[in-house]
Design a protein around this ligand. Sequence first.
Ligand code: TRP
Ligand code: ZN
Length: 317
Amino acid sequence: MKPSASGRALAAGAVVVAALLTGGSMADAAPASGTATAAAAPDIPVADVKAHLTQLQSIAAANGGNRAHGRPGYQASIDYVKAKLDAAGFTTSVQQFTSSGRTGYNLVADWPGGDPNRVVMSGSHLDSVTSGPGINDNGSGSAAVLETALAVARSGYQPAKHLRFAWWGAEELGLVGSRYYVNSLGAAGRAKISGYLNFDMIGSPNPGYFVYDDDPTIEKTFKDYFAGLGIPTEIETEGDGRSDHAPFKNAGVPVGGLFSGADYRKTAAQAAKWGGTAGQAFDRCYHSSCDTTANIDETALNRNSDAIAYAVWQLSQ
Ligand code: TRP
Ligand code: ZN
């Protein structure tokens, strides 16, 4: 189910108001007109997202049970995602860095076209911890961003802004890959990024629906999507700066994102509005060997994947 046309028209009006009222937000880059012909985002097939998770789990199983920085399972994960993007027509590049004496990699994929001075970027960390395959943390975000990118290619979408997608290395060692990338851009490169959207854990088995409380335009876009589905959201409070949006935010880039919860427990009030189990962690397998394909709530994965596509489409035209 998609939000109504009138909901979209209201949202477009709000973007114009926000552009007049705020400085330094994503709204500054919005065109003065053209929202009336906005292209609708496609529904992201959750079966395709889950198929990527199955592949990531097989990669971990074939490589000592993890996809951690500096291990063969990480390299195989990069190869898997890159091959899909290359076949779909993306311009990919692998950025190499060193952390803890081991080589790490970021994968960056550019969709040809759009204004190079207004880049809408979406990313997820692709590394797991050493203790498990990392399917919710963060196969979930990685697979959903991959499928969103593939949906861009399938639809031949040519937005006004330039689309870029990234998969970060060594997040679990302290946001190492994303920080390396942000530093490598320099001030001029950073100024071209209109917004960075981060997705780290979006299929938690006892899910919450959390929206990062950062750039107002990005935040509103996600909130509008969930409001259109009738799903209440909360502001993400489990730890500002605990994922790859932090280096972008610290460098002045507008950021936003989604999160379905990690080791914090769901309250009774949260279980009343979202279902699931009160008093239990959002993800009981966080950073454990049981973070497998069984550790995914398909409904949360589906809704969050569709929300990513909605935001990428909405913010790029
Ligand atoms: N980044 C953490 C990890 O990968 C997960 C996490 C905890 C998180 N709290 C968060 C991600 C808040 C985003 C927002 O281990
Ligand atoms: Zn994570």
